[in-house]
Write a protein that binds this ligand. Structure first.
Ligand SMILES: NC(=O)c1ccc[n+]([C@@H]2O[C@H](COP(=O)([O-])OP(=O)(O)OC[C@H]3O[C@@H](n4cnc5c(N)ncnc54)[C@H](OP(=O)(O)O)[C@@H]3O)[C@@H](O)[C@H]2O)c1
Length: 245
């Protein structure tokens, strides 16, 4: 791991003064994680966290999953959508935005790399008050741990690690209803040697735990949720769910 990453991880631990453990042993009991399925019925018993007059930031909002969520919110809630991606707008993405606006939502796109704090901060200041964040920006890359290509490894880790922290810090004083981080099942079961992707997603899972602790201490607002997916199947694993359906 290069020095920059090591320093960042040390900074995170120091800054948040917390470390969430996979399992722990207290008072003669072992506590661990448990996965369980949520039934359709369970989902339908929850009310939606999305509001019609809300402002929602969706990073990677023109990508595969991001666009599915953007479309869903645009169609059902006619909210204000702020979409982020690194690329400048292409003809194809302009058409996607036109389609979203056609559902009655106000849509703005910013070419903004979520790994760059100054850019994220600038966008957040431009937007004003934010109701919710859906962090879908990510790069799915199968770089093996045997590869010594640090550029590829960092490219996978950066949007999930720096991106998550930048969004969190830039919006720490906002009255957010929720922040949803798009993780992956690889955070739980590993990724057959693709350690960078699995670790980046694991970071998001643990970050959610840390942020929840900060929320309890009134240092952050809003629920946090991690969506863990595999080949299009998304699973919610969180302290408190932000339900969209
Ligand atoms: N698809 C699945 O089945 C699946 C399963 C498990 C987990 N996930 C997770 O879900 C997330 C979205 O997946 P996807 O399938 O929708 O991926 P995708 O289609 O490749 O979309 C990713 C989006 O993120 C944007 N992006 C990447 N790096 C960025 C950065 N540094 N700053 C701002 N935007 C950035 C890309 O736009 P630009 O290129 O313009 O930046 C793109 O629009 C990922 O985090 C992935 O790990 C997906």
């Amino acid at each position: 791991m290069d020095n920059r990453l090591c320093e960042t991880i040390e900074r995170i631990i120091a800054q948040y003064d917390l470390l969430a453990n996979e399992s722990r042993f207290t008072e003669n009991k072992i506590y661990g994680k448990e996965l369980y399925a949520i039934s359709d019925e369970g989902l339908s018993n929850h009310s939606s966290a999305i509001k019609s007059n809300g402002t929602y930031v969706i990073t990677g909002g023109l990508g595969g999953l991001g666009y599915i969520f953007s479309t869903y919110i645009a169609k059902k809630y006619q909210s204000r959508l702020i979409l982020l991606g690194r690329s400048e707008l292409s003809k194809e993405s302009e058409m996607k935005i036109t389609e979203l606006r056609g559902y009655g939502s106000q849509v703005t796109y910013y070419a903004c790399d979520v790994c760059d704090f100054n850019k994220v901060d600038q966008v957040v200041r431009n937007i004003g008050e934010i109701t919710g964040i859906i962090h879908c920006a990510g790069i799915i890359n199968q770089t093996s741990i045997m590869s010594d290509n640090m550029t590829e490894i960092e490219a996978v880790i950066a949007p999930k690690l720096y991106g998550t922290m930048n969004l969190d810090i830039a919006t720490k004083d906002h009255d957010l209803d929720f922040i949803v981080l798009f993780s992956s099942i690889s955070a739980i079961v590993g990724d057959y040697g693709c350690v960078s992707y699995a670790s980046a997603n694991k970071f998001m899972d643990e970050f959610s735990n840390l942020r929840e602790e900060l929320r309890k201490r009134h240092k952050r607002n809003g629920k946090q949720s991690v969506l863990t997916g595999h080949y299009g199947i998304m699973v919610v694993c969180s302290y408190q769910m932000a339900i969209f359906l």
